[in-house]
Design a protein around this ligand. Structure first.
Ligand SMILES: [Cu+2]
Length: 128
């Protein structure tokens, strides 16, 4: 029961954090769209960092993010922008994103990749 209570608290905290964001716009802050990307940004995952560690996007601009890995499997997850890209050595995957709001959005590695996995942070700056 103690475990269930803790999980409920975490879920509640996430819901509370997400609420103001949804209330502000009424729609998710970014969409994966079918629009043609105006530029491509390559992002590598490696133990234990993303290269580059941060990128800057323009609000309303459609960009293709290309992902690959230099070693083991990683993924780049930026939940607030709907980004979840697998990073695999020798392969290129991509996510098309059109940010709809400005701000700084934190990304993390979504696949356990070793001792430094939790240190893999990424930032997406969305500007006007
Ligand atoms: Cu990882």
């Amino acid at each position: 029961m103690k475990f269930v209570g803790k999980n409920f608290a975490i879920v509640s905290a996430i819901a509370l954090l997400a609420l103001p964001m949804m209330a502000q716009t009424g729609v998710p802050p970014a969409t994966i769209s079918g629009a043609t990307p105006v530029r491509t940004i390559k992002i590598h995952g490696k133990q234990f960092e993303f290269d580059p560690p941060e990128i800057t996007l323009k609000k309303g601009e459609t960009v293709k993010l290309e992902f690959t890995s230099d070693d083991v499997e990683h993924s780049l997850v930026v939940s607030a922008l709907g980004i979840n890209g697998l990073m695999k050595k020798g392969e290129m995957t991509d996510v098309i994103v059109t940010p709809a709001v400005t701000g700084d959005f934190i990304g993390r590695c979504g696949i356990f990749c070793g001792a430094g996995h939790m240190k893999m942070h990424f930032v997406v700056h969305v500007v006007n």
